[in-house]
Design a protein around this ligand. Structure first.
Ligand code: MTE
Length: 302
């Protein structure tokens, strides 16, 4: 287990006290920009549902197959990963393909703090205070052509630094995709940090996608390439087991995984005696995103 220094714990206290301060004020403005569904309900039940997961749990209980398949592997095996220098290449159905450096992105785009619930397809969840910018800011740079309908994301491929890439458990590099309107949605975040700190390697440093209403595997880590495409991309998980992992992967308690129910979830950090929590459609972000799926059969397009 990774040693947690006191300097890493301090931000949690700050974050929690800022949250209760803002709550007392009864509004959610200020530097803390929160997803609107966060403060809709002021009850203690809502408070409990959104209690932040600890820094330690967020950074030691990870899925990042490039660094191994056990939850503790990424925090152990990613220590020597170099996230600097970094840039993202954007290409495909665009008029202005570009390569943008990490420094340019964090300088040019407004960095916001967003506390999102993360629901993994495996049935566990967390609440994470991310920092980052809306992916739309980056995509607006390239003059997207009308022919672009989807966005493909590619994670870094460095088998020398990423021991998991020596095995063929998934096809590398890790790939994911979104429909263009999903990618442009204001909730879709390019995360640069968490708990007020730079993104740790195990969480996808230096830049990872966060799509809070979809299962966690859609949120690809350590992104190096973004491609605007005409056709629905095939993600690494679809390629591996297409009958289990679909393209949309919206959190939905009524659409079971072929091997388990998705009706409930275990919040990481809850006591072992706590009951599992009910899972919400679109992970509770329905008010913001359900219009994207109007008229769609969510059982069919899972
Ligand atoms: N991105 C890459 N490149 N490789 C991965 O294995 N795992 C996904 C997603 N992004 C993964 C990835 C899965 S299954 C989940 S649940 C989340 O990352 C976990 O993010 P976290 O470890 O920061 O909680």
């Amino acid at each position: 287990m990774k040693k947690i220094f006191s300097s890493e714990i301090t931000p949690e206290t700050i974050y929690n006290s800022r949250r209760s301060f803002i709550k007392k004020l009864g509004f959610s403005t200020g530097s803390l920009i929160l997803s609107s569904s966060f403060f809709l309900n002021n009850s203690s039940q809502a408070e409990e549902r959104n209690k932040l997961t600890t820094y330690k749990d967020i950074t030691t209980y990870n899925n990042y197959y490039e660094f191994g398949t056990s939850k503790e592997d990424p925090s152990i095996n990613s220590k020597n990963f170099t996230a600097e220098p970094w840039s993202i290449q954007i290409e495909g159905e665009v008029d202005k393909p570009i390569t943008v450096s990490y420094e340019t992105m964090v300088k040019d785009f407004p960095i916001q703090e967003k506390m999102y619930r993360l629901r993994c397809v495996e049935g566990w969840s967390m609440v994470i205070p991310w920092m980052g910018f809306s992916l739309s800011h980056l995509l607006k740079k390239v003059s997207i052509k009308n022919t672009a309908k989807f966005v493909e994301f590619e994670s870094v491929y460095r088998p020398k630094e990423m021991i998991g890439q020596k095995s063929n458990i998934l096809s590398w590099p890790y790939k994911e995709g979104l429909r263009l309107d999903e990618a442009m949605h204001p909730l879709t975040l390019m995360a640069t940090g968490l708990y007020g700190k730079k993104l740790p390697n195990q969480n996808g440093a230096p830049l990872r996608l966060v799509v809070p209403w979809k299962y966690g595997f859609k949120s690809a880590k350590a992104i190096v390439k973004i491609k605007l495409v005409k056709k629905m991309p095939v993600s690494s998980w679809m390629k591996a087991i297409s009958q289990e992992y679909g393209f949309y992967s919206n959190v939905n308690p009524k659409v079971s995984h072929p091997r388990w129910s998705q009706a409930t979830e275990r919040r990481i950090g809850d006591s072992i005696f706590s009951p599992r929590r009910p899972t919400e459609l679109f992970n509770g972000y329905g008010e913001e995103v359900s219009s994207l799926y109007k008229g769609m059969d969510l059982q069919k397009y899972y």
